[in-house]
Structure formats: C-alpha cells, structure tokens
Design a protein around this ligand. Structure first.
Ligand code: ASP
Ligand code: MG
Length: 404
C-alpha cells in the first residue's frame, strides 16, 4: 500500500519528536508499505519567522515572506531524512519546487493547480522514503509560494490524490477529531467517523485540527483521511464520504479565537451601500462571515460583520481610506471576540438546537453579541475572555445527553 503520512509542527517540534516520527515511518515501511511523508515546520518556527520578518519590515512583500516561511519546512525534511538514515533507512527530502507542486501566484494563499508525480514515483521505485516539505509550491514563474496557515494538510491530501495513495494519515498532537477542541474542553470526546461535509463545517468554523482546504480537496478527490496522534497508538478519526449520523444530531463544536468584528457606522440608508462595501472587501480577498445590519441614527444604518483576525488591519485600512466614496460616517473594530459554533448535519431535522445553545450561554451568564444560523450550524460571537467557559458549558449541554 502507499501511505501519505503528514506530521504537523508539534509532531516534529524537537529532536526526540523527529526521531519518534522517523520510527513511526519505519514501522509503516517494515510492514511492507511505501511512504510519502509530508512535514510541517518544527513547533513555532512559522510564527517565529513571521515575527522576524515583521521586526525588519512591518509590511513585508508577500513574495519575500513566502521565500522566508518556506525555509521552516525545508529544515524539517532535511532533519527527517537524516533521522531516517541514522536508523538505516534510505530516504530523500524534496521541497515543493523539487516535487513540482504547481500553484497560483497568490503568495501566502496560493492554490495548488497540479502536481508532477514523476520524481516521487521514481524515488519510491528505488525504495526511498520520500519526504516532502508541506505548505509550499511554486508558481509559473518558478517563485516559491505558500498555501496559507495549516497548508501542510493540503499538501498531504493533494499528494494522496495525485499519487492515488491508499490512505492519507494526518498525525497531530491529539488523538483525532473531537466534539470540541480537547485543549479547551476536557470532556470532549473523540469522534470515530465523520463525513467530509461535517468536517468541512467544523474546519471552516475554526476547528484547527484540519485545514479547510485539505478537507475540500479530500472530498473532491475522495481521499480517505485519518486524523491520529503521533504520540500514541490510538486509532484516530476516519473522515470519509458517509458517516453514520443516526445517533447524533450535533457532531461538534468549533471554537474560533482568530476573529474580529468591524462596525461600519452611519451608512446612507439607500440601495447599493452594502454592495459597495462588501465588493470592496471581496476585491481584496477579505472573507466576511457573520453580517448584521441595524438601524442607525437619523437616516442612516449600521453594518457589523466579522473577518479573520489576520485580515482585520487590511479591512480597516481599506474602509478608512475609502470612507468618502463608500459613504459612511465612521468605522470601528473589536478584536477581543471569539466565535463558537455548533455543527451537525442532523440539526436540520431537530428543532430547539438554538434555544439549547442560548440556554447554555445564559446559564453561564455569557452575553451574545451576534448570532448567525444555517441549516447545519449556529454560530455566536462572544467576548474573548468567555471563550473557554462558553465552550465547556455548551459542550456539556449538547454532549452529556443520552444518545438518541
Ligand atoms: N508551517 C505552516 C504553519 O504553521 C504550515 C503547517 O504547519 O501546516 O501554518
Ligand atoms: Mg495544522
């Protein structure tokens, strides 16, 4: 069998963990399988590199940032190849460019367009373990690109699809996908099987265990994905087409602390204003989530919405510098907020999920700032400082129920 095994930053954080991963890969190989390992940068390397860049230039060019960030993964793969050699296993490390991972040119959020498989297949045929740098590729000019934070997951799934691998295993520091982030909610439970769609919702609403793009790609190419721990033998969570969902109507809770809200105040109360504002944001590829419009003073209205924390300054700059042409009085923001979402395919057929959520927050005396609902999810915005308490109360409410 051909395995693509991806090891995240925490799984390769230091010497011991690199050696541990080398041993896990060795076990798969000695069971008679071929392995393509995809690695992230060690521990906090990517954050440290970002910090380093900002110390030199508060607004570094995205091309140069990619050049810098890609070095994190390059360190990991070289070290892993050395670790494998030390236990007598032949391997070769390859950067995204060496593999031929072709991407768009949008630095910092590039999309994979195609992957050359010749080099990897050649190395596998020579019985080499192939170690690929996650998160990176090259655009049509040959420039280094990166795929956005958490992008190594996407590299792994894309490789599994391109190589027609039998399984794509994502190794991390928790034992799988949980009903809520186990770092925050101690009583959360591991989910054995989850569907692509539910996983997609959890990921896009802020569950950090898998990058959203990787789940989209797994769904599109029907890649069987397993999320499991590099530190234990536990079975992990299988992400696949159909999960048995009869017994649950809520599959999980997503907690997202990387959000901010923006309020545009005193917008002229006439048609086309929302269109103007949001198309300006869309042009800059700023993703807007929850939107709330309310009546302002006099002949005006106010619109509040949420963005990813990483886009906050870009959005604020854009709005402020176009205040006149967009026609509003002022704009403010709040970056001390968090979003908690309850997700579940079974929610569409169960009433009362919203009221249970609100009841849980009320019993914890937590104030709700904004609400948004769809058929399979409800999200609320709360004060950042209430996040952990809210997550625990809400989880208790939904997951201490007897199974239906
Ligand atoms: N090293 C990159 C990051 O920290 C990519 C990854 O870990 O998946 O976001
Ligand atoms: Mg990750």
């Amino acid at each position: 069998m051909l395995y693509v095994q991806k090891f995240g930053g925490s799984s390769v954080a230091d010497k011991e963990r690199v050696l541990n991963v080398a041993n896990r890969v060795a076990q798969t190989v000695s069971a008679g399988h071929k392995v393509v390992a995809v690695l992230s940068a060690q521990g906090d390397t990517t954050d440290d590199l970002l910090k380093k860049a900002r110390e030199i230039n508060s607004n570094p060019s995205k091309r140069e940032l990619d050049m810098l960030l890609a070095t994190g993964e390059q360190q990991s793969i070289a070290l892993m190849s050395m670790a494998l050699a030390a236990i007598g296993l032949p391997s070769v490390s390859l950067t995204g460019q060496q593999v031929g991972i072709h991407t768009s040119s949008s630095h910092g959020m590039a999309r994979i367009r195609s992957i050359d498989t010749e080099r990897i297949n050649y190395e596998l045929e020579r019985s080499n373990i192939v170690i690929v740098a996650g998160f990176q590729g090259m655009d049509r000019y040959g420039d280094i690109t990166t795929l956005g934070r958490g992008g190594s997951d996407t590299t792994a799934v894309a490789l599994a699809a391109a190589l027609n691998a039998d399984l794509c295993e994502i190794y991390t520091d928790v034992e799988g996908v949980y009903t809520a982030d186990p770092h925050i909610v101690k009583n959360s439970k591991k989910i054995d099987v989850i569907s692509y769609d539910e996983m997609l919702d959890l990921a896009s609403l802020g569950a950090k265990v898998l990058a959203t793009r990787s789940v989209e790609m797994a769904k599109k190419y029907r890649v069987n994905l397993v999320v499991r721990s590099s530190m234990s033998r536990a079975e992990g969570t299988l992400v696949k087409e159909e999960a048995k969902v009869e017994s649950t109507y809520v599959s999980g809770l997503a907690i997202d602390k990387d959000v901010a809200s923006i309020s545009v105040i005193g917008i002229k109360n006439e048609p086309g204003m929302a269109y103007k504002i949001f198309s300006a944001l869309a042009k800059e590829k700023i993703v807007v989530d929850i939107i709330l419009q309310s009546i302002g003073r006099g002949e005006t209205k106010d619109i509040s919405f949420t963005v990813n924390l990483g886009d906050l300054h870009k959005a604020m700059d854009l709005l402020q510098s176009n205040r006149q042409s967009l026609g509003f009085e002022r704009v403010s923001y709040d970056d001390n907020i968090a979003k908690i979402s309850v997700v579940g395919a079974g929610m569409a057929t169960h009433s009362g999920v919203a009221s249970m959520l609100f009841e849980a927050l009320f019993s914890a005396r937590i104030n709700i700032m904004m609400i948004s609902t769809s058929e399979i999810k409800i999200s609320v915005l709360i004060d950042n400082k209430d996040t952990d308490a809210a997550a625990n109360y809400v989880h208790e409410k939904f997951f201490s129920l007897p199974a239906r």
